[in-house]
Structure formats: C-alpha cells, structure tokens
Design a protein around this ligand. Structure first.
Ligand code: SF4
Ligand code: SF4
Length: 175
C-alpha cells in the first residue's frame, strides 16, 4: 500500500496527464448540453477513487458524503467505504474528479487481466457518445491517455479490485 505522500504524488501525476484531453477534439458538451455535468437524475454524483480525496480536500464546490461499506457495495480492499461526491457549481477544470475525466470511457479487465477502455454503458441514457456505440469516434489521444492513466491506477490494489468488480458485472450483464 502506498503512503499518503505516495498516493498524493500518484494522483497529481494522473491529473496532470489527463488535464488537457477531451473525448472529442471539439467540446462534446455542445452535443448534449453538457448532460454529464447536470443533475440529470435525483442523487447523481460519483465516487472518488482511493487516495483521490487527498487532492480534493476542502473544495467548496464539492459536496462529499461518506458511503459506508455496510450499506454500499465496494471491493473488500476499500475497507470501511468510499467518498461519494456531487458538485454544487461548475468545477475548476484542473480539479475535476477522475470519474469526470475518464467518462464516457471506463476500464475493463478481461480474465487474462488485459486492460482496455470501453464505452461506459451506465452513461447510455445521457451521453450521445455512448449511444453511438463506436469508441473509435472518440479522439485517439483521449483513448490512449485514458488507457495509460488506468494502467497506472490499477497498480493500486484497491483500484484494481474495483476495475475487476466492474468488469465481471459488465460481462455478466452481457450474458
Ligand atoms: S454526456 Fe457525453 S457527450 Fe455530453 S458532455 Fe458528457 S461526455 Fe460529452
Ligand atoms: S465536477 Fe466538474 S466535470 Fe464533474 S460533473 Fe461537476 S462540473 Fe462536471
């Protein structure tokens, strides 16, 4: 397990790596009225990944709630739970959470532990890029950078476990 300093260093690196990449060369928010940044359903928000909260402590635009693992499903390596966050106004772009950076891609690890990034079906109702069903429409730079970021992140056991859990769920849903 990385120390707190190690985690902070990793997340600073991941944020720097992904800061300037976007799904399309133009602003994809123009396709949908920036649906993923709106309250498109009651209670929508995202989880911070383990250690990410160290970068986002005390941000006034971010409302956080602790989700206890007795009441929410997390991999065992997440311990007591995780931080669920919602934004109360537009975020400073350089601090947008990693979930916002990677969407509409999500990591997938097959049974041989090969990692790819795939369209996130959970976003189908809001995102025209998911609805199009063609990851090749996303910019190559975005796809490569997100794959690189996820490859670094899955070196953390808690993130790897979360990716594995999501991948098994996805495969079961396809059957
Ligand atoms: S919902 Fe999809 S198309 Fe719209 S802003 Fe978000 S990622 Fe871009
Ligand atoms: S944190 Fe920023 S990028 Fe993420 S949903 Fe809120 S406004 Fe959009």
């Amino acid at each position: 397990m990385l120390s707190e300093d190690g985690l902070l260093h990793l997340w600073k690196h991941i944020y720097a790596l992904t800061n300037d990449v976007t799904p399309l060369k133009q602003d994809c928010g123009q396709l949908c009225g920036s649906m993923c940044c709106r309250d498109w359903a009651p209670g929508v928000g995202m989880y911070l990944y383990p250690g990410e909260q160290l970068l986002l402590a005390d941000q006034p635009w971010l409302k956080r709630q602790w989700h206890d693992s007795r009441h929410h499903i997390f991999p065992a390596s997440w311990g007591d739970g995780g931080w669920f966050v919602t934004c109360t106004e537009s975020c400073p772009r350089h601090l947008r959470p990693f979930s916002c950076r990677t969407f509409p891609l999500t990591p997938h690890m097959d049974e041989t532990k090969h990692l790819t990034v795939v369209l996130d079906e959970k976003g189908r109702t809001i995102c025209p890029l998911v609805q199009a069903g063609r990851p090749e429409l996303l910019s190559a730079q975005f796809r490569c950078t997100m794959r690189e970021a996820w490859k670094k992140l899955v070196c953390l056991p808690a993130i790897r476990d979360d990716v594995l859990m999501g991948s098994r769920r996805r495969e079961n849903a396809r059957r």
